[in-house]
Design a protein around this ligand. Structure first.
Ligand code: NIG
Ligand code: FE
Length: 412
């Protein structure tokens, strides 16, 4: 396929860059008035319109008349497999109820776990697929999906099988994360230590035996899982080759960053409450600092200190956290704009944080996250825009006109 008359955002270093840290995040390669060619599911070449090749006989040729081609979003933190929804809590929050009061009324993660338990696997897949179609249409091409609304071995496996089926039935690239330690399952109420044993000794081996997860996650925060418990779970995961991507420092300065980095986590996520010490650790290492501004927006929490983390040299990614409780949206454009508006990231930094660095946070940046010959052709085309900066600026204008994932056009 040949697309002409476009602005193309190209990866730096011919696509060899696996992530961008600190100042490098402000680099964006852009060729205005360009062409782009894909062959099967990969990008093959691009260049300036002065040197535009002739279309091959039978080759699909699209004149884009001045839009921009962006690499598909890489959303490295979601919980999009869940049953039902939780707008009841939304109203409770408007009426001033606290998270604890909501939980007492049957809200929160355990509410989603009850609903998921009652929902047959086929129906869970059907419900998740409506969200999958929604995020594909909004330009997401590579996504991480977590379990964590099962909280029993059988229900965690059910969620992970649904994630596998999404991977097999769509042109999305999907990475699966086992998050058995999202909350203590109801049957183990008051017996958190035993629940952690179940996660380590039964769930992780069962998940690994069926090859259902790429990564392991723990909600390491005050009121959820402690540093010691996180340490045990990550160690158990490592025995089965599961690299950590953990929830840390959302509710308190939890020590989550330190335990994640000590276990060579691919990323530590949330980070609304990190200080100098955590920023220094992240700036010195290769663990991605993933921030989730959609959750801050929805819950009215502080935003993660992305500006400071970038200025200190960290690898910063932005992700949607799409889930029924704290971020009921997978709109990565909105996430990008929140990065600019609320976290003072430049458009270039926010683009890199939602593409190449998100891909690296899923260990997929060899194939995803930028436009370069040989990488997977997952991308979208915008309507004509006055400049690249218009995209995060006009945050609610529908600007994405067409989307291709793995070289195939999907409904935008
Ligand atoms: O990433 N922080 C933990 N888990 C989710 C919220 C889960 C829920 O409320 O359903 C999050 O924000
Ligand atoms: Fe999350």
């Amino acid at each position: 396929m040949l697309i002409t008359n476009i602005g193309v955002l190209v990866g730096s270093d011919g696509g060899d860059t696996l992530f961008l840290r600190g100042k490098e995040m402000s680099t964006i390669g852009l060729i205005e008035n360009a062409w782009l060619r894909t062959e099967k599911d990969r990008f093959s070449a691009f260049g300036s319109m002065d040197s535009c090749p002739e279309a091959e006989p039978g080759e699909l040729c699209i004149d884009a008349k001045g839009g921009y081609i962006f690499p598909a979003f890489c959303d490295s933190h979601t919980h999009i497999v869940y049953a039902g929804s939780r707008e009841r809590e939304f109203i409770d929050k408007i009426n001033g109820l606290s998270y604890e009061e909501i939980a007492k009324r049957g809200g929160g993660i355990l509410n989603s776990a009850d609903l998921l338990h009652e929902t047959p696997e086929k129906e869970l897949y059907r419900q998740a697929m409506t969200r999958v179609h929604e995020i594909m249409a909004m330009g997401t091409g590579c996504v991480e999906i977590k379990s964590g609304y099962g909280l029993t071995t059988a229900d965690e496996m059910k969620m992970l099988r649904v994630i596998k089926r999404i991977a097999e039935s769509t042109p999305l690239k999907v990475k699966a994360t086992f998050l058995g330690a999202h909350a203590v399952g109801r049957a183990y109420s008051g017996r958190q230590g035993e629940y952690v044993d179940l996660v380590c000794k039964e769930m992780i081996p069962a998940v690994a035996a069926e090859g259902l997860a790429d990564f392991v996650d723990v909600f390491c925060d005050t009121g959820f899982f402690t540093i010691e418990e996180t340490d045990r779970i990550l160690e158990a995961g490592a025995r089965y080759g599961l690299r950590p991507k953990i929830h840390a420092n959302e509710l308190a300065v939890s020590g989550g960053v330190q335990v994640g980095v000590a276990h060579k986590a691919l990323s530590v996520d949330h980070l609304e409450r990190i200080g100098e010490e955590e920023i220094e650790i992240l700036a010195a290492g290769q663990t991605v600092a993933t921030m989730l501004p959609g959750a801050s927006f929805f819950l009215g929490m502080p935003y993660g200190p992305a500006r400071k983390a970038i200025d200190s040299g960290a690898i910063v990614a932005l992700a949607s956290d799409y889930n029924p409780g704290s971020s009921p949206s997978g709109n990565m454009r909105m996430v990008m704009s929140l990065g600019c508006i609320k976290m003072k990231m430049t458009p270039a930094e926010a683009i890199n944080a939602t593409t190449i660095n998100g891909a690296y946070a899923m260990n997929e940046s060899r194939d995803y996250g930028s436009i370069a010959p040989g990488k997977i052709a997952s991308f979208y085309l915008t309507k004509p825009m006055s400049s690249l900066d218009f995209f995060p600026y006009a945050y609610a204008t529908p600007l994405i006109s067409r989307v291709w994932l793995k070289g195939r056009e999907v409904e935008a």
